[in-house]
Ligand binder design. Structure first.
Ligand code: NAP
Length: 432
């Protein structure tokens, strides 16, 4: 029997489990281990709470979890409860599907002032991640969101939506309440490059034009001549068309809040007495494809700054790590060392959609099947013995179902669930 430990129960982990089961049903035992007592990784705590359709993929992972040969082992942190070396001794293969949970840093003075929050913490806050339930973003003045990717769009949208627009979401109650009283009247999304260099998706950007109480604005002087749009890849061309639309007409739009897109602005310093009061940005331009600064600085007044500039994987003791890229050192097919693999964001960095992990997972599963050693390994029975010896109490899939039932039962009217956000409450619900 082939035994595989997958560390991380997000999309990359579950697609890998699914691929292994499809290839070797009845002859493979997969343990999906997670430090949280809840499965599904970013589907639960990264995907925006008002994008419920994107969370439907959890049903697929649920089906995988119920298949014979797969176990969810929650509340077990690899690197803390047991080492990667121990795990490698227990299983034929270990797959690191740990994602990229840490924010990249801007690397500018003042970045650690209160009021500057990375997107991992901010998104974790509104999504009810137990590590970020205590975050208290200041919601009483202009907010800045740095980055021109879809995470920046998610963050700005959540900051600007009305309570009614969030009613059918599974936003954490503490965030819904704080946002209902929010006095953030202007959100500015800041890009260090221009409209032709953004990473927004058309659907996500399009939603910004449909917000009930906020009106998007751009400065059309920031755009290259219209004729240059023709050479763009179709998705980006659509995005740029939408952005141009935000700059045209609507002069008498009476919506009470404002969403500004500020391009060509590189963050230089965060300033303030004891908390953020201003972000200093320097005007940039592209010269022969290279971003250059112009010396033209501007201070943007704000109370909150959310950085949405990408993520890094957590290093694990004993696993080769590329510190510059912020991910494990694996080859293109995910192999780090014999019997040790990385998949998803932990291998390729924080790019792509949930579906991108399917190809990744199936690829790494093929590789495992081709390379696994023939001799027997203790597998899950060995893990259980080790955890028992260390007095660790894993959360099983059945226990997660008890959490799930408790969250569904306490949902606000119209919402799919009300997440439990404290470790203690999660573990109590798991015990039933
Ligand atoms: P992203 O798409 O890579 O965008 C990161 C942004 O940060 C880029 O605009 C980048 O600018 C900017 N940036 C990086 N370092 C910076 C710095 N020092 N100063 C200023 N700006 C800086 O990443 P993301 O938004 O975190 O999203 C991660 C992945 O998840 C993406 O593949 C995204 O599409 C996906 N996602 C999808 C959805 C959805 O489908 N609904 C939602 C959320 C996320 P440069 O381009 O100049 O480097």
């Amino acid at each position: 029997m082939l035994s595989v430990a997958i560390v991380g129960s997000g999309p990359a982990g579950f697609y890998t489990a699914e691929a292994l089961l499809k290839a070797r049903a009845g002859d493979v035992a997969v343990d999906v281990i997670d430090r949280l007592p809840t499965p599904f990784g970013l589907v639960r705590s990264g995907v925006a709470p008002d994008h419920q359709s994107l969370k439907a993929v959890a049903r697929r992972f649920d089906a995988t979890s119920r298949t014979t040969g797969v176990r969810f082992v929650g509340n077990v942190e690899v690197g803390e409860a047991l080492s990667i070396t121990e795990l490698r001794q227990l299983y034929h293969a270990v797959v690191l599907a740990t994602g990229a949970p840490h924010d990249r840093r801007l690397g500018i003075p003042g970045e650690d002032l209160p009021g500057v929050i990375g997107s991992a913490a901010f998104v974790g806050w509104y999504n009810g991640h137990p590590d970020f339930a205590q975050v208290q973003p200041p919601l009483a003045g202009p907010a800045l969101v740095v980055g021109n990717g879809n995470v920046a769009i998610d963050v700005a949208r959540i900051l600007l939506k009305t309570p009614a627009e969030l009613a059918a979401s599974d936003i954490a109650d503490h965030a819904a309440q704080a946002l209902a009283c929010s006095r953030v009247e202007r959100v500015s999304i800041i890009g260090r490059r221009g409209p032709h260099q953004v990473s927004f998706s058309p659907k996500e950007l399009g939603e910004m034009g449909e917000l009930e109480r906020a009106r998007p604005r751009v400065d059309l002087n920031d755009f290259p001549p219209l004729a240059e749009d023709a050479g763009l890849e179709p998705g980006l061309r659509k995005v740029v068309g939408l952005l141009r639309g935000f700059g045209e007409g609507r002069l008498h739009d009476a919506r009470e809040r404002e969403l500004r897109f500020l391009f060509w602005s590189r963050p230089k310093a965060v300033e303030g007495a004891g908390r953020i009061e201003r972000l200093v940005v320097e005007r940039t331009r592209l010269e022969g494809g290279r971003l250059v600064e112009t010396g033209d600085e501007q201070a943007l007044v704000c109370r909150l700054l959310v950085t949405c500039i990408g993520y890094r994987t957590s290093p694990v003791a004993g696993v080769p790590y590329d510190d510059t890229a912020g991910r494990f050192l694996a080859d293109e097919e995910g192999r780090i060392a014999p019997g040790l693999y990385a998949v998803g964001w932990a291998r390729r960095g924080p790019t792509g959609t949930i579906g991108t992990n399917r190809r990744d997972g199936f690829g790494v599963a093929d590789r495992i099947l081709a390379e696994a050693a023939a001799e027997e390994r203790p597998g899950g029975a060995g893990l259980d013995a080790l955890l028992l010896e260390r007095d660790r109490c894993p959360v099983t899939y059945e226990a997660w179902e008890r959490i799930d039932a408790a969250e569904t039962a306490r949902a606000r009217q119209g919402a799919p669930r009300e997440k439990l956000v404290e470790w203690k409450a999660l573990l109590a619900a798991a015990r039933g």
